[in-house]
Design a protein around this ligand. Structure first.
Ligand SMILES: Cc1ncc(COP(=O)(O)O)c(C=O)c1O
Length: 353
């Protein structure tokens, strides 16, 4: 605490991102990055941006990227909002669409940035408990609210929710916005993007950090009714006119346009996940059904924190959450390459022996 800090700065509880250690030769399975590089077409587009035009501001509306995203999903560019990572898109969403008198609802076990945005913007919120089996039960959200948000698949559980359930929620909850954070949807869950023309209160948020291997470029987007997008643009233009630089616009558009590379890398991650789950189960882990590029697993005899620490001694890092206590027994393990996952299961075999 410092006497020069504003009351706002003093009152914040910031999000704590997974660590990015500077150590060499780590098996890094802690922040759900993609183990495969970005599309070669995206890298080529990035290289082509190096030049004299960098002295000019980028397009404040990122039209080139919005067109690529709109074409990929069969929507119009006016239904697309882009931002500096989906974290920024989510931040603007909280301020533009979820700050009302009634509390915003989200699961008690979910992406831990949501309560942070509520703290930053002074948004009332209520956490809704997941079921015994760590599932989102849509009926629990049939209560007065100023908005609803959850990831599908949920994080850090990886459990997907069927599209029919999301549609049931949208039909019952026409009075406020329902945000589906699809950061991990491309690894096996059903996207709600196809519903945006039928539900004017649906906003779907995506990132290029996971399935497009571009966590370092910081690009995310939202798709929804043009009027929801307009609210996001109002906040963005009151905050930063140029959230995406020239590299981000060019690289992200090329990545979205390279559908073949996207399909191939997502397919590889999904195949490795199947093997990883089988190997973890053989070692005595209970693994929640995952449709994401990570799995959430607990051992029947060993403590989560201890396992994470022992793995780290062997240069394998995974994510462990102390809170809430209900998830403390679990490890969240990113699906890497086959070799990385074998290094993980090999280390676990030694630790458990
Ligand atoms: C559920 C969820 N949403 C959003 C994000 C943010 O992704 P980014 O800001 O890299 O687009 C993450 C990152 O881990 C996430 O897990």
């Amino acid at each position: 605490m410092n006497r020069y800090w504003s009351r706002v700065a003093q009152g914040l509880t910031p999000y704590v991102p997974g660590e990015q250690p500077k150590l060499p030769k780590l098996v890094k399975l802690n922040t759900n990055e993609n183990p495969y590089g970005p599309s070669p077409r995206a890298l080529e587009a990035l290289r082509a941006e190096v030049g004299d035009t960098l002295r000019l501001y980028p397009d404040p509306n990122s039209d080139r990227l919005k067109e690529s995203i709109a074409a990929f999903y069969g929507v119009t560019p006016a239904q697309v909002f882009v931002g500096n990572g989906s974290d920024e898109v989510l931040a603007h969403t909280f301020l533009a669409l979820l700050k009302h008198d009634e509390p915003v609802l989200f699961p008690d076990i979910t992406y831990s940035f949501y309560p942070v945005y509520c703290g930053l913007y002074g948004i009332a919120h209520r956490q809704v408990a997941l079921t015994e089996s760590f599932e989102i039960r849509v009926d629990d959200y049939f209560q007065p609210n100023g908005g609803i948000i959850f990831p599908n698949p949920n994080a850090p559980t990886g459990r997907p929710l069927a599209l029919a359930e999301i549609e049931r929620l949208l039909r019952a909850n026409t009075g406020s916005v329902v945000v589906i954070d699809e950061a991990y949807v491309d690894f096996g869950a059903e996207s709600a993007v196809g519903l945006v023309n039928r539900y004017p209160n649906l906003l779907v948020v995506h990132t290029l950090s996971k399935s497009r291997s571009l966590a370092g470029l910081r690009v995310g987007y939202a798709i929804g009714h043009a009027e929801l997008i307009e609210a996001l643009a109002r906040v963005k233009d009151s905050f930063n006119s140029y959230p995406l630089d020239r590299f981000a616009i060019a690289g992200a558009a090329a990545a979205i346009e390279d559908r073949a590379y996207f399909d191939a890398t997502c397919g590889k991650v999904i195949a490795t996940r199947t093997r990883l789950v089988a190997d973890l189960e053989a070692l005595g882990f209970d693994v929640l059904p995952s449709a994401a590029n990570f799995v959430f697993a607990r051992h029947d005899r060993r403590d989560g924190a201890e396992l994470a620490a022992r793995l780290r001694e062997r240069s394998v890092i995974v994510r462990h959450f102390k809170n809430p206590p209900r998830i403390a027994p679990f490890l969240r393990i990113t699906v890497g390459t086959d070799e990385q996952c074998e290094a993980l299961t090999g280390a676990l075999r030694e630790i458990l022996a």
